[in-house]
Structure formats: C-alpha cells, structure tokens
Design a protein around this ligand. Structure first.
Ligand code: GLV
Length: 332
C-alpha cells in the first residue's frame, strides 16, 4: 500500500507522464499547460513496448491494449498514480493489482462505440456477401465474368442477428441491424428494455436460433472461449459469426474446424487470440473475412480516445476524479 493518497498535492516539477505510444493529440502541450513543469515522454512515432520503458519515476502511464500492466510492471513504477488505457477493454490490465497498488485505471468508452459497430456491421456484410473471396478473385486475374451461381451469399433482410453483450457497442450494432430489416435477439446478464425490438435469450438459444452472431462482450473469465465447439455445433450451418470484441472469446481451432467442415457459413474477425500472431489455418480458411483489429480505427475516434487519456492523466494528477475510472475503489 502506498503511503500517500491519490489526492496529495502535486508539485508539477518532477511529475512525469510516460506514454508507450505516439498520440494523435499534442500530449506534451496539454500536460505542460495543465501541470507546469511536468515532463512527458513518448515515442516520436509508433509504439514502444512497455517492457523497455523506465517507469521508476513515472506518475502517469498512457498505454495501449498491447501493453500488459500487471503486478510486475506496477512494482517497477512505485510513483504511479494513473494508468490511462487507450482502449475500452481493460483485459490487458491486472485490475486487482492496480487497485492494490492504489493506481487509478481509466479507459475510453463511448467515443469508439459507433466506429466499432460500423466495423462489426461491415464484417457482417462482407462475410454475408463473400466480399473477401470476391476481392481475391478479381485481384487474382482468374475472374472469368458474371455467372448466375457465382459467390452466392446470404441476404440480411428478415434474418435474425444475435448479439452477445448488449452494452454500448452491442446496442449500436442492434440499431444498424434493425435499420437493415433484421430481427435482433441478445444475450446479456442484464435486461435492456430500451432496445424494445430486441428479445433477450440465453447464449445457447442465441447460438441455436440466430442467422448471424456478433460478439460485443468484454473478455472476462466468464466469456473466455464463449464460442466453443459445443456452441458452434448449436449454430445453423447457414450462420455467420462476427467478432470485434476480443480473440479470447472464441476457441479459434473450433471455429476453423466448423468453417472447414461447412458447419458455419462464414465469419468476420477483427480480433485474434494471440494477435498479431495468427493460427496459419485462418489464412486459408474458406469464407472468412479477416481485419487487423481496426474496430475503433477512424481518425475521429482515435483522436477522441487519445484525448480521453490526456484528460484522465491531467485529472488524476490534478487531484480530480477522472471521468472514466474503471477501478472506482481507489477513489475515496
Ligand atoms: C479495442 O479493442 C478497445 O478495447 O478499445
């Protein structure tokens, strides 16, 4: 337990902010304007692995979902007061260890909701209409022209989308599906009467009845491998799976087996179990559309995410409760 409280008056000279990544905002200007005399270290471009950084005198850390923040890292950063994670998911952070060390953890919800739902819907459309295969065919030069039975996909109108995790992004996905004339069912620990058109079902019923399934849940011990061989066997062979949540929610070998055996009509993945390493079978798997974890990757959203991180750092170091505090226990 640290001796001082989060609200201790901060002398800005000597205060140090470290970012593992360059950011699309001027972090140095913002921090030094708010905390005169503070220093800010960040790479000129790209991402520097957190393992390589000296955090001995860091008061604040801005990090990416690529950075594992655990008890070992916190032990290297005895002055740390805040970890601002530039992501909504915080599965890269050992929250219990951060809370025990009285380090505030913040994330970036809301600003990435629409961008992520747009990408999820893009993957759904791409998988349903076999856009990945179509693009590869055209680029290969092997396309011989229009054919009545070429690359037949499925129409979304009138089909049922099953949403696992009806949080902000799940609800944004539901709005898009309803706009496309789809029916919506969802599985979530909570009831969401605000989405009146959507019916709540169990995860198993969702897998058994949906024509398309989209994951929007956080990765937790409960959701790890939520999509496994048993649930995939419940799904219709005409079903499509979309994952823009976390790779760990899907048992990848089971998904590959289902796609290879034609027991699933298609899938669209933006996230992987051990990214950026990929199971090589994903690259040859039929009817699979692959994206490189770009759910929130719009200029607008990434700028807003970086801004939320800067705000969180400045708030905590100024003694203010940050807007998106994940471990509220650290703030009396
Ligand atoms: C992206 O995957 C995020 O959690 O923000």
């Amino acid at each position: 337990m640290r001796a001082r409280s989060l609200h201790d008056a901060v002398s800005c000279a000597g205060v140090r902010v470290v970012s593992t990544s360059s950011l699309p905002i001027d972090l140095v200007a913002q921090v030094t304007a708010a905390l005169p005399g503070a220093s800010v270290d960040l790479p000129r471009e790209g991402h520097a692995g957190v393992a390589a950084l000296d955090l001995t005198d860091a008061d604040a850390l801005v990090c990416l979902l690529l950075d594992r923040v655990d008890a070992a890292l916190l032990a290297r950063a005895p002055k740390l007061r805040v970890v601002a994670n530039c992501a909504v998911g915080v599965d890269n952070i050992d929250l219990a260890a951060a809370t025990a060390a009285r380090v505030a953890v913040t994330n970036t919800p809301d600003v990435l909701t629409e961008a992520t739902a747009e990408l999820a819907f893009a993957l759904l459309l791409a998988a349903a209409r076999r856009l990945g295969e179509g693009e590869r065919l055209v680029r290969s030069g092997a396309w011989t022209g229009w054919a009545l039975d070429q690359l037949l996909g499925v129409q979304l109108l009138g089909k049922t989308l099953g949403i696992v995790g009806m949080g902000r992004i799940g609800r944004a996905m539901a709005r898009r599906a309803l706009g496309f004339g789809m029916r919506v069912i969802y599985a979530d620990p909570s009831l969401h009467p605000d989405v009146a058109e959507a019916r709540r079902v169990s995860v198993d019923e969702l897998f058994a009845t949906a024509d398309a399934i989209s994951l929007h849940c956080p990765l937790t011990p409960e959701t790890r491998r939520l999509v496994d061989a048993r649930r995939l066997a419940l799904a219709k062979p005409s079903a499509i799976l979309v994952n823009t949540a976390r790779g760990g929610c899907v048992d990848e070998p089971a998904l590959i087996a289902a796609l290879e055996a034609g027991r699933l009509a298609g899938a669209g993945l933006d996230v992987y179990d051990r990214e950026p390493a990929l199971d090589p079978r994903l690259l040859t798997c039929p009817r699979l559309v692959l994206a490189p974890h770009i759910g929130s990757a719009t200029t607008e959203t990434r700028t807003q995410m970086a801004q939320l991180c800067a705000d969180a750092v400045i708030d905590v170091l100024s003694g203010r409760r940050p807007q998106h505090l994940v471990n509220g226990e650290v703030w009396p």
